[in-house]
Design a protein around this ligand. Structure first.
Ligand code: ADP
Ligand code: MG
Length: 315
C-alpha cells in the first residue's frame, strides 16, 4: 500500500517548493526516524547548553533535544540552571518558588535525588527545576571556596549513589557568563552552543569560546565544545544559509548538519507546558529536533573518545 508521504507526494508533486511538497518531505523524514535506532552512549554524556546571548534557542534546544532522546528511550536528567525556569515550564514540572529546586542543590540543602521531578510526558526523563530564587545564589555563594564546583559536587554525589544509569545529563544555562554558567561548565564535559541564524549570530561567539577556554584551562581540562546547532533557520532566506555556511567553515566538525527551522509550533509548545516532540510530533520542528538528537547520539563514540583523551592528558 502507498504510504501517507507517498500519497502526499503524488497529490502535490515532488519538486515544487509548495506547502504540499514540504509536508511530504517532513512526513517521510518522520517515518524514517521511527525506523532508526538511537544508539546509547557507552558512558553518561554531560552537556551544558550555553550561549551568553539571550533568545538564541538555548532553552528550546535543551528541552527538545532532551525530549527527543527520551522519546528514543534514553534516560535523561535535565538540570534547569536559569532562574527564569523556562526549561522547567516547557517540560511541565512545577517550579513556583515553593518547590525544591536547583537553588537548594547549589546551596547544599538538598541532594539532586530529593529535588528532581519526573516529566509528565516521558517515562525516562527527569527534571531538576529552577525558580527565580536561584538568581540569589550567585551572590550567596560568591565567597565560598568551592563556589565553581557546587553543581559538579552535587551531580557526582547523585550519579555515584543513583541506582539508575543516565545516558545524558543536559543543563540549560542562563544567558550570562556568571557563576551559574561556570558551575554548569565545571559539571559537564561538553558544551552545546545553539546559534541563531541571524545577522549578528557570530558576534559574541568568540567571547563565549574564550570563556569556555578559560574554564577549561583553570577548572575543567576535559571541557569540550562538542556541538553547535543552528536554530531558527529560515530556508527561504539566503541569510540563514550564509550563516550556516559560515559556522560550518569555522567549526566543520562541531556544527550539526541538521538545522532547526523557525516554526510557530516550536514557540507555542511551552505555553502548553510541552516539548514540541509531544505538542506537535509530526511537525517540522519536532522532526528537526529528533534528527539533531540522532546526530548527537551517533557522535557519542567520537565525542567520548576525545573527552577521554583530554582527561588522560591532564592527569
Ligand atoms: P534562550 O533560552 O537562548 O533565551 P529560547 O529557547 O527561550 O532562547 O528561545 C527564545 C524565543 O524564541 C522563545 O520565545 C522561543 O519560543 C522562540 N524560539 C526558539 N526556537 C524557535 C524556533 N525554532 N522557531 C520559533 N521560535 C523559536
Ligand atoms: Mg533560556
Amino acid at each position: 500500500m502507498e504510504s501517507a508521504s507517498e500519497t502526499i507526494k503524488r497529490i502535490f508533486g515532488g519538486k515544487s517548493n509548495s506547502v504540499g511538497s514540504e509536508m511530504a518531505e517532513v512526513s517521510s523524514r518522520y517515518e524514517a526516524l521511527d525506523h532508526v535506532r538511537f544508539p546509547k552512549p557507552a558512558e553518561t554524556r554531560y552537556i551544558a547548553v550555553a550561549n551568553q546571548k539571550g533568545g538564541v534557542g538555548k532553552t528550546t534546544t535543551a528541552v527538545n533535544i532532551a525530549a527527543a532522546l527520551a522519546y528514543a528511550h534514553s534516560k535523561i536528567l535535565v538540570i534547569d540552571m536559569d532562574p527564569q525556569g523556562n526549561a522547567s515550564t516547557a517540560l511541565g514540572v512545577k517550579h513556583n518558588g515553593g518547590e525544591l529546586s536547583t537553588y537548594d542543590v547549589l546551596e547544599g540543602r538538598k541532594g539532586i535525588a530529593e529535588v528532581k521531578q519526573p516529566s509528565p510526558a516521558f517515562k525516562t526523563l527527569e527534571v531538576v527545576p529552577a525558580s527565580i530564587d536561584l538568581s540569589g545564589a550567585e551572590l550567596e555563594v560568591a565567597d565560598m571556596q568551592n563556589r565553581n564546583n557546587l553543581l559538579k559536587d552535587a551531580l557526582s554525589d547523585f550519579i555515584e549513589s543513583s541506582k539508575t544509569h543516565y545516558d545524558y545529563v543536559i543543563i540549560d544555562c542562563p544567558p550570562s557568563l556568571g557563576l551559574l554558567v561556570i558551575n554548569a561548565m565545571c559539571a559537564v564535559n561538553e558544551v552545546l552552543i545553539p546559534i541563531q541564524a541571524e545577522y549578528y549570530a557570530l558576534e559574541g561567539l568568540g567571547q563565549l569560546i574564550q570563556t569556555i577556554g578559560l574554564v577549561q584551562k583553570h577548572y575543567n581540562p576535559s571541557l569540550l565544545v562538542s556541538t553547535m546547532l543552528v536554530t531558527m533557520f529560515d530556508r527561504r532566506t539566503l541569510l540563514s544559509k550564509e550563516i550556516y555556511d559560515k559556522v560550518r567553515e569555522h567549526y566543520p566538525h562541531i556544527v550539526l548538519e541538521t538545522t532547526i527551522p523557525r516554526t510557530v509550533k516550536i514557540s507555542e509548545a511551552p505555553s502548553f507546558a510541552k516539548s514540541v516532540i509531544e505538542y506537535d510530533p509530526h511537525g517540522m520542528g519536532a522532526v528537526a529536533y529528533r534528527e539533531a538528537a540522532l546526530e548527537i547520539a551517533r557522535r557519542s563514540p567520537a565525542v567520548l573518545k576525545t573527552i577521554q583523551a583530554r582527561k588522560q592528558r591532564s592527569n
